[in-house]
Design a protein around this ligand. Sequence first.
Ligand code: SF4
Length: 130
Amino acid sequence: MQKTNRRAFLSKAGLLGIGALSGAALLQACGGGEAKIEENSSPAPSPMAASEEAEAVAADCARHNAKLSESDLEVRKSIGYLEQSEMADQNCQNCRFYLADKFDGDCGGCQLFVNGSVNPDAWCKSWAAK
Ligand code: SF4
């Protein structure tokens, strides 16, 4: 076995220390060796989920409107009520006549309709900005 003198020992110890520090610095630069998980990285809602939600709202509104009279339906028809707005920036939710709290759930009411609900995504010719 080779005898190690004091100078050779200190030289090897110094190299090991530098190596250890370099490794620690490298790990730190790489995020401490742990995988980083971004917060708020929840996946975007899928188009299918949005579609299912819209269908659920429509079904809820239809339930409220199941017993509308012919005259109630005529009022809706006369102002061109559409269950789904065709205007990108106009719908019942942002209309001044919308009554968001008229019913439990997602359907609202309209000040122009005595009976029944309106879909928040619906629209009619009487739409007016809030
Ligand atoms: S007036 Fe028309 S757009 Fe406005 S809340 Fe009533 S139905 Fe919706």
